[in-house]
Design a protein around this ligand. Structure first.
Ligand code: CA
Length: 221
């Protein structure tokens, strides 16, 4: 297991580093947000992220990753002050959180749970006839052929695949495809939808005029 700690507090950083190493993990500890981008070239198995960093908000880092489709597990570490607002700001982007001060045993137990959960989700697959979608790893196949989808096309596919029994409206798709920014407008969604149809087959997505779209052909797992 390889863990990245992003924490500016020296005492807490050192204690966390020592606890994780003792638990047999390989650990990199950085104290600034600016040190992070190069470290993601070889993604860690999980990140411990302090929200209050000297050169920016941890939250901005987390949002940036999620907006780019980086799904690595993140446990947020936060002070109790302003906790409600901070958690509200996470938008579901964190896999778990810990409030300072915390016991190292608690951290290890949360980390283990998050890693197990993410490993399960990584192998989760949804099947629609010969179309296979692996949401956590951002991969999809048509038969044996991997699909080359843009991040937005993939997000669109996942949002439709999540709701196989229902028609999903354009406004819902617009919000879910851009959860942290301005919802996508109707014309943009149609462009992505048309590209997605070209790649997976037009007949797989049903249009219900004035209502929305539905992905067809889910088979029993
Ligand atoms: Ca801090």
């Amino acid at each position: 297991m390889h863990i990245l700690i992003i924490e500016d507090d020296i005492d807490l950083g050192q204690a966390t580093l020592a606890a994780l190493k003792q638990a047999g993990m390989s650990v990199v500890w950085v104290r600034k947000a600016a040190a992070v981008p190069g470290l993601l070239a070889e993604p860690p198995d999980a990140v411990l992220l302090d929200l209050g960093l000297p050169d920016g908000e941890g939250l901005a880092l987390l949002r940036g990753w999620r907006a780019r489709g980086i799904t690595l597990p993140v446990i947020v570490i936060t002070a109790r002050a302003g906790l409600e607002e901070r958690l509200a700001g996470l938008d579901g982007g964190a896999d778990d959180f810990l409030v300072k001060p915390f016991a190292m045993a608690e951290l290890l137990s949360r980390l283990g749970a998050v890693l197990r959960r993410c490993a399960r989700q990584a192998s989760e697959q949804w099947r629609f006839g010969d179309l296979l979608v692996e949401p956590r790893s951002y991969r999809a196949w048509l038969g044996d052929t991997p699909l080359e989808l843009s991040p937005r096309e993939f997000r669109l596919l996942v949002e439709l695949a999540k709701n196989p029994d229902s028609v999903v409206s354009k406004s819902v798709l617009g919000q879910r495809m851009e959860p942290l920014g301005e919802p996508l407008d109707s014309a943009t969604i149609e462009v992505h939808l048309s590209n997605l149809r070209r790649k997976i087959g037009a007949g797989r997505i049903r249009t219900v005029r004035g209502v929305g779209y539905q992905l067809l052909g889910q088979s029993e797992p």
